[in-house]
Design a protein around this ligand. Structure first.
Ligand code: TA6
Length: 300
């Protein structure tokens, strides 16, 4: 473990666990997962609002596609850390992980009348890669199936949105949230940004790359079980209208969200769904031709 891992730890749920639980903003608990290189992930919570940034979990509803609050209730709830999570099925001793659990409260079942167990495994790989695996199980005892939509609403930090390109979504169909979710087909080589964007790309490949020209850094998203990909930047007017978003912050962020939106997932009692996202970064200097973004997408 890194020396940073030896800092004050309020609770260690499991001796072998790399998880630290600290007091976060407003005295609420935050969970830090740290690996040997010092890479870390952290989450905190500031009720009753969802946290802007990071990777909010949209469940059981994406956006306003249903009767629930926008993006569902999971991102506004307290999750618990599983003190004895099941091991990885394969040899993965060099991975640090924490399992977070969410079960519906009585209040939740009033607005979404289903019983479920949501297990979110957050894993840091040896190279600092971040993997999120969601397992959602229908635990209804009334024999009823349930249906949901889902997204990892990932916020990426970029140097300058005007210099960013997204590769892997060109030529695909998308639903445009800015035009009543009408269906269009993407034209052109890659996606670049010069105004507000809010699109749900359909049946997307398992790999998407975000090339940050100025930082010479490429984010690679690999996903499984999540056919769609939402791309969002609010641009200046919407940024100004959002209380928890700085007026100029839109220049330095981009959401690319692995999602299951167009075809909602249905689970019968006892059935489990799995949706996985892996994030990594590779150095790139696309402008000098050192790295061809297509090789990022096609490589393993
Ligand atoms: O995923 C894109 C989106 O649904 C946009 O329509 C935009 O509103 C964004 O999410 C942020 O939603 P939030 O509820 O976090 O303000």
């Amino acid at each position: 473990m890194s020396s940073a891992a030896a800092t004050s730890v309020a609770t260690v749920p499991n001796e072998k666990s790399p998880v630290e639980i600290h007091k976060g903003i407003n005295g609420l608990e935050k969970v830090i997962l740290r690996d040997i290189r010092g890479s870390s992930v952290e989450s905190n919570f500031k009720p009753p609002k969802p946290i802007r940034g990071g990777i909010p979990i949209c469940f059981p509803q994406f956006s306003n596609l249903g009767s629930l609050e926008a993006h569902g209730f999971a991102r506004n709830r307290f999750w618990i850390v599983d003190p004895s999570p099941p091991p990885f099925p394969t040899h993965s001793s060099n991975k640090k992980y924490v399992d977070l659990l969410l079960k519906p409260s009585e209040e939740d079942t009033k607005i979404w009348p289903h019983s479920f167990e949501f297990r979110l495994r957050v894993t840091l790989g040896p190279a600092g890669d971040l993997m999120l695996t969601s397992r959602i199980r229908n635990t209804n005892t009334d024999g009823k199936p349930f249906t949901f939509t889902f997204a990892y609403h990932t916020y990426f930090s970029v140097s300058d949105i005007s210099e960013v390109r997204v590769e892997g979504l060109e030529t695909l169909d998308y639903l445009d949230n800015l035009q009543n979710r009408q269906r269009f087909t993407e034209q052109g080589d890659a996606i670049t940004f010069e105004s507000e964007v809010d699109k749900i790309y359909l049946s997307t490949p398992t790999k998407i790359a975000i090339l940050d020209h100025e930082k010479k850094r490429t984010f690679v998203i690999r996903k499984d079980g999540l056919p769609d990909a939402v791309v969002w930047n609010p641009w200046d007017k919407k940024a100004k209208a959002m209380a928890d978003f700085g007026d100029d912050e839109y220049k330095h962020m981009l959401c690319v969200e692995a999602a299951a939106v167009e075809k909602p997932i249905t689970l019968k009692p006892g059935e489990e769904w799995r949706g996985r996202q892996e994030l990594s970064t590779v150095p790139s200097s696309y402008c000098s031709g050192q790295l061809d973004p297509r090789r990022v997408l096609q490589g393993s």
